[in-house]
Design a protein around this ligand. Structure first.
Ligand code: HEC
Length: 661
C-alpha cells in the first residue's frame, strides 16, 4: 500500500505539501521561515526582504556571474518576473560567490537585462541563513516568508545537456499553483549548477597550496581554456578567482567533466591528452579539503604568456569573414533550436594554395556553439566520399580549435575553391549578433613533402537513409568501413563526429574489410558538446590496401538527457536533431604519390561493396546481375570466377585509359 504524509502547515499560509514516501531524501529546507535581510545591490543601494512586505510571494534566486547554468537562466528569470510581478510576486537575485565582484555583477545584470534587485551577499551570510548551496538555486517564499518551493527553474539545461525546450517548468508551475491557493505539486526539485564560492578558513598547515602545486597543475591542464578571452567562462590563473571555484572544481574533476577528455587511455597515445593523473586529482581534492589555501605567493610559477585573438603561432596570411554583415541570433530558439546557418565565401584563389594552418574565430562567443569551415572545390557538389568534394579545413568547436600541421605538411586547396562556413548558434535569452571569421596560413609548394587529406569514414546506407536509428534504443550500433587506402600514408589525428544521440565511437585499422583489427582510438563516453580532435603522439602508418573501420553507438532512449525526442526514429541529416556518423581522420601522404591520380581502387571498392551480399570483400558470380556478367568475365583475369577489388580497379583503369587516349 502506498502511504501519503499530509504535512499541512497552516491553512492561511497556503503552503501545502504532499510528500510521498520515496527514495529521495526529504528536503529539510521546505517550510523554513526566512528572516528579513538587508543587502546592497550592485549600485550600492540598500535593499531589504521586507521592502516587498505587500507581495504575496517572493522568489529568491541564488545566481553567479560565471557559472554556465546561472548564465543560461538569467534571462529566463527576468521573463518570469515580467509575467508574475503584476500578480503579486517579487523577485530577488542574490550573488553569494566570493569571487564575483560588483563590476561583474553589474555586467551580468545588464547583459541579461534584469530589472529586479541583484544583490551582493558579501561573506555569503544570506546563503548560509537560507541554506543555499548552488547557482542557480531557487526559493519561493509564501506570505509568511516560509519556503514553499525549492530547486531549479526548469529542466531545460543541466550538467552536460541542453534541451531545445523544458519538459517541466517547475518554478512557473509552483508560482501558478501558489497564486491559485493550490498545493505545490512538486515543491522540491534538485538544483543543478555550480557550488556557491563560500568564504572558507584555509588550513594554515596544508602542504598543498595554490602557490606551490595547484597553480602549476592548472597551468598544465586548465588555463589553455580558463583565461581571459578564451572559451571557458572564468579564468583559473589567479588565486582570488580560483579559491571561489574550489568546491566546484573538486566536483567536476571527480565527475570527470573537467578537463574535457573522452578517449579511453587503453588505446593510443595523444599529444593533446589533457586528462589528469590519479596523483594530480588527489592533489586537487586535498587542496579543496584544506580550504583552498593560497600559500606563499613567492612560490608562484611565472604566468604563461598568450597571444590574444588568434591562437595560431603566427599572424594569418589571409582572413575571411563568413559574410559582409553580421547574422542576427534570436533571443530564444524555436522549438528545434536555431537551424544551422551556411555561408559561402569566394576567397578568390587563382592558383592552388597549400594550407599549413587555419583557425576559425567566433565573432560572439556567447552564442557561437560551433563553426566548421570547408573548402569546396571548383567542380562543386558535396560528394561525401574519401578525398573528394568538400574538404574539411578547420573547426571552432569546444575542445578543438586551431590547426597547425607539422613541418612539411599541408592541405591543398585547389584554385577556384570556395570557403563554406557552417555555424551553429545557441541563443542566450537576449538577441545577439555574430560575424565569425577564419584565418589561413599558407606555405610554398616547394616546402611541402606531404599532402594532408581529411578523410571520412561513413556508412553509405545510413547517409542514403536506407535505415534509421530506432526510437527508444539505448545502444544502437552503426559500423562503417573506408575504401582501401590507395597508397601508403600516416594518420595524424581522429575526430569522431555524431550528434546528440552519440554515445561511443571507435576506430580500427583493418587489413581486410571484414576481419577485426587493432583499435587505434576508443571514445567510450562521446559528448556532443566536445567534438575533440585527437592528435596522435606518433603518426600511425596506414599502408596501401588497408582500411579504417569505425564503430559508433547511439543512445536514442530517454536515459540520454540530451535526447530531443526518444520516441522518434532518427535518420541522417546535418541538423542536431538528425544524426550523423563520420569518422574523420587526417592522413598525410607523400606528395609524389598524392599527386598521382589514383581513384580507380576507390571506385572499384565501392562497386564491389554495393553488390557484395556475403560481405567477403569480393564478388562471386551470383552476386552480379545478369546484365553485368560480361563485365564480370572481362574483369576476372585469373578466371577463378571471383572478381577482387584489384581486378576490377585494373579493368576500370584500362577502359578509362582507352577513352582518354
Ligand atoms: C578545452 C578547454 C577546457 C579545459 C582544458 C578545461 N576547461 Fe573547464 N570549462 C571549459 C568550458 C568551455 C566550460 C563551460 C562549460 C559550459 O558552458 O557548460 C568549463 C567549465 C568549468 C567549470 C564550471 C562548472 C561546469 O560544469 O561548467 C569548472 C569548475 C571548470 N571548468 C574547471 C576546470 C578545471 C579545474 C580544469 C583543469 C583541471 C578545466 N576546467 C579545464 C573549458 C575547459
Amino acid at each position: 500500500m502506498r502511504c501519503f504524509y499530509y504535512l499541512i502547515t497552516g491553512m492561511l499560509a497556503g503552503c501545502l505539501f504532499i510528500a510521498t514516501a520515496s527514495a529521495e531524501p526529504k528536503d529539510t529546507l521546505l517550510n523554513k521561515q526566512v528572516k528579513n535581510f538587508t543587502l546592497q545591490d550592485f549600485r550600492g543601494k540598500s535593499v531589504q526582504l521586507d521592502d516587498q512586505r505587500e507581495q504575496k510571494l517572493v522568489v529568491i534566486a541564488f545566481l553567479g556571474t560565471e557559472c554556465p547554468l546561472a548564465k543560461l537562466y538569467g534571462g529566463r528569470l527576468q521573463k518570469l518576473a515580467d509575467e508574475f510581478t503584476s500578480q503579486g510576486v517579487a523577485f530577488y537575485a542574490i550573488m553569494s560567490n566570493q569571487q564575483d565582484s560588483l563590476t561583474e555583477i553589474a555586467a551580468y545584470a545588464r547583459k541579461h537585462e534584469i530589472n529586479f534587485p541583484v544583490l551582493k551577499d558579501a561573506g555569503n551570510h544570506i546563503a548560509d541563513q537560507i541554506g543555499a548551496k548552488r547557482t542557480p538555486e531557487i526559493f519561493v517564499l509564501n506570505q509568511d516568508r516560509k519556503i514553499c518551493y525549492h530547486g531549479r527553474v526548469d529542466d531545460q539545461y543541466g550538467v552536460g545537456y541542453l534541451r531545445d525546450e523544458p519538459q517541466r517548468e517547475d518554478l512557473k508551475i509552483a508560482l501558478t499553483e501558489l497564486l491559485a491557493d493550490k498545493t505545490v505539486s512538486q515543491p522540491s526539485t534538485k538544483p543543478v549548477g555550480c557550488f556557491i564560492g563560500r568564504i572558507r578558513e584555509p588550513d594554515p598547515d596544508s602542504k598543498v597550496t595554490y602557490s606551490n602545486q595547484i597553480s602549476r597543475l592548472f597551468q598544465k591542464h586548465c588555463v589553455e581554456c580558463h583565461r581571459e578571452g578564451e572559451i571557458a567562462p572564468f579564468a583559473l590563473n589567479e588565486y582570488e578567482e580560483v579559491a571561489g571555484w574550489a568546491e566546484t572544481i573538486a566536483e567536476v574533476v571527480r565527475d570527470q567533466r573537467m578537463p574535457p577528455w573522452h578517449a579511453d587511455p587503453k588505446h593510443g597515445k595523444f599529444a593533446n591528452d589533457r586528462s589528469l593523473g590519479k596523483a594530480e586529482k588527489e592533489l586537487i581534492y586535498t587542496w579543496v579539503e584544506n580550504g583552498a589555501p593560497q600559500g606563499d605567493p613567492q612560490d608562484l610559477p611565472k604566468q604563461q604568456s598568450y597571444v590574444t585573438g588568434w591562437k595560431l603561432p603566427q599572424k594569418p596570411d589571409a582572413v575571411f569573414y563568413m559574410d559582409d554583415k553580421p547574422f542576427n541570433v534570436p533571443a530564444q530558439a524555436g522549438k528545434r533550436g536555431v537551424k544551422y546557418q551556411y555561408f559561402t565565401v569566394d576567397p578568390g584563389f587563382t592558383e592552388d594554395k597549400w594550407l599549413k594552418g587555419a583557425e576559425a574565430l567566433p565573432g560572439n562567443r556567447a552564442v557561437v556553439h560551433h563553426i566548421l569551415v570547408f573548402a569546396r572545390p571548383p567542380q562543386g557538389k558535396r560528394v561525401r566520399v574519401f578525398g573528394e568534394g568538400d574538404q574539411f579545413l578547420v573547426g571552432y568547436v569546444p575542445g578543438s580549435r586551431e590547426v597547425m600541421l607539422p613541418e612539411g605538411m599541408a592541405k591543398k586547396v585547389p584554385a577556384g575553391s570556395k570557403l563554406v562556413f557552417q555555424l551553429h548558434y545557441t541563443p542566450i535569452g537576449v538577441e545577439q549578433q555574430d560575424r565569425s571569421k577564419v584565418g589561413l596560413v599558407f606555405t610554398d609548394e616547394s616546402k611541402v613533402t606531404h599532402q594532408v587529406v581529411t578523410a571520412q569514414v561513413i556508412n553509405e546506407d545510413f547517409v542514403r537513409r536506407r535505415f534509421s536509428i530506432d526510437a527508444n534504443n539505448d545502444n544502437f550500433k552503426i559500423e562503417a568501413t573506408s575504401p582501401p587506402s590507395d597508397r601508403d600514408g600516416v594518420i595524424l589525428s581522429f575526430m569522431p563526429h555524431m550528434h546528440l544521440r552519440g554515445k561511443a565511437f571507435r576506430y580500427e585499422l583493418r587489413k581486410t574489410p571484414d576481419q577485426p583489427g587493432e583499435t587505434l582510438i576508443n571514445v567510450p563516453a562521446f559528448d556532443f558538446n566536445w567534438q575533440t580532435a585527437y592528435s596522435v603522439e606518433k603518426p600511425i602508418p596506414i599502408k596501401n590496401g588497408e582500411y579504417i573501420h569505425c564503430v559508433a553507438h547511439y543512445n536514442n532512449s530517454d536515459s540520454n538527457l540530451s535526447n530531443p525526442d526518444p520516441n522518434k526514429d532518427v535518420s541522417w541529416g546535418d541538423q542536431t536533431w538528425n544524426e550523423m556518423m563520420i569518422g574523420y581522420f587526417n592522413v598525410a601522404i607523400p606528395k609524389e604519390t598524392a599527386e598521382a591520380e589514383n581513384q580507380f581502387k576507390t571506385i572499384a571498392f565501392k562497386l564491389v561493396r554495393r553488390r557484395d551480399k556475403n560481405s567477403n570483400g569480393k564478388l562471386e558470380r551470383d552476386e552480379v546481375p545478369l546484365r553485368e556478367l560480361p563485365l564480370f568475365f572481362q574483369a576476372d583475369q585469373d578466371k577463378d570466377s571471383i572478381v577482387t577489388v584489384d581486378e576490377l580497379a585494373a579493368m576500370i583503369e584500362k577502359t578509362r585509359g582507352k577513352k582518354t587516349e
